[in-house]
Design a binder for this molecule. Sequence first.
Ligand code: FAD
Ligand code: SIN
Length: 556
Amino acid sequence: MPHSSLNSPIDVLIIGSGAAGLSAALRLPSYLTVLLLSKSSINAGSTPWAQGGIAAALGGIDDIEQHIQDTCRAGNELPDVAVVRRVVEAGAEQIDWLLALGMPFSSESTHLHLTREGGHGARRIAHAADHTGRTLMETLLDTVHARTNITVREHQLAVDLITTHRLGHIDQPNRCLGAYVLDLQSDRVNALRAQHVILATGGAAKAYLYTTNPDGSTGDGIAMGWRAGCRVANMEFMQFHPTCLFEPRAKSFLISEAVRGEGGVLLLPDGTRFMPNYHPDAELAPRDVVARAIDSEIKRLGIDCVYLDISFKGRAFIEEHFPMIHQRCLQYGYDMTTQPLPVVPAAHYTCGGIVVDEHGHTDIAGLYAIGETSHTGLHGANRLASNSLLECLVYGEAAARHIAERHDLAHSRNPPIPAVPDWDDSQVTDADEAVIVTHNWDELRRAMWDYVGIVRTTKRLQRAEHRIALLRREIQDYYAHFRVSNNLIELRNLVDVADLIVRSALSRHESRGLHFTRDYPESLPALAHANTLCSPSNVGHKLCETPIPASSEPSG
Ligand code: FAD
Ligand code: SIN
């Protein structure tokens, strides 16, 4: 199989074509050449699946302050308040930008219609009925296609980043030079060189057996960044969405939190409402609380699912607000205008990720991470509903601005991007037993679901750690001996990310937000502002730590 490096470096290589990648591409000045990759079709990420909407405080100063408070409260006080303020304050401008691009938000008379979701103290979610993500993608893509400086290439799977350290220049600061990318149509691995690289590869919920996410949410950017030398934070906080349709044929179909925001209630099989027993905000409590309550009722009663009922709102209301969800449920034989829907929690959102600064810049020069793949400090221990798309937009813009400001400077300061070695597969052969890859996929996801789920214990986490270590060795060995394929590359990433999740969970000796462990059921005030950090430089020592910030240590 021939492999090649591209002749001249691109200005900006964006890996990922969701809300984060597309908005960064559009915010870059048109004199920069941009190559935007998707490992599958352009619409394959989570963004087109987004339903509820984009959280934005459009009601002035009070609304902004309330949105900041809601984000910090949902995040169990762990969010970085300065980051929260910056993102929330940018909300209105992001919505204006989308309106200017032609985004057809739902509206009522002269105003945008704002819906409500759990954890929000007010109606604050701008949306396009219940298909916000699909409409957002259409809007961004229309504009991207009209831009001549942006080239979009589908079915291009980034395998690993190319850095100065990877090339052996460890006496120099680590700088990103590009990426090795498998062209899934030609089976060639190309070395793409770039002045600036943006990871916008989405989350890692596919590490779990049951997820609301599309198949590609395999944490590729987190794993690539980690292997290249980036720090990764707060991976123990995997968000479980409370209401995924309980229907095997649907695989992973979300019933939006906006259904509860518009009055939907959660019921046991006998029709009893149970959320008021768990939280004063009942169905609109933060997501971690609702998911844990459902999990607890399912285990207590030995039932398969609970039910979400909004039928009392009537057909006209449901068809106007939830047309897509209604149609999909009808396909599986459920009419939400007349009956409750069976629902269960499922892995939904990766709150942790690659550590970045306010520009989305990572620990590696020239490398950015934005969107779900990053850890900005916005979400803390539990993301507030609909804050993710907002974060994608805000950091897409921030990274683009930083790149534009630094581009000329970087040219004058940095040596030009050197030639990089072609991908070397002279030592590998064609895979002999693909069953090993498919088996390990299943085993890993089941172990994560059974041992690293909504309720954890140290013993279960240690079991997972042990299994993952075995799987990791086997997968590394397979990777070292056989030609890369889509399944193998994703599995290799998933096992690295699963390892980070488990190590992070083991290092946090308290329960906070999405990380609930029976062995440490309380939240510790000393850890209220403690992020769990995994540092590649600690390999061989303690890989992941939840250090108590100096300011929280008791004095004397
Ligand atoms: P994605 O949109 O996931 O895009 C990732 C991109 O990276 C894809 O193009 C993929 O092909 C590409 N990629 C990945 N790995 C590689 C690789 N190795 N090489 C090349 N390309 C690669 N959030 C909200 O704020 N509001 C909502 O209403 C909402 N609803 C949701 C509903 C569902 C069902 C789901 C699953 C999520 C929802 N979320 C919502 C979360 C939100 O949609 C995501 O967090 C957000 O869309 C992530 O955007 P992104 O650009 O970071 O990544
Ligand atoms: C939903 O519509 O319930 C998803 C919203 C989100 O994940 O932010």
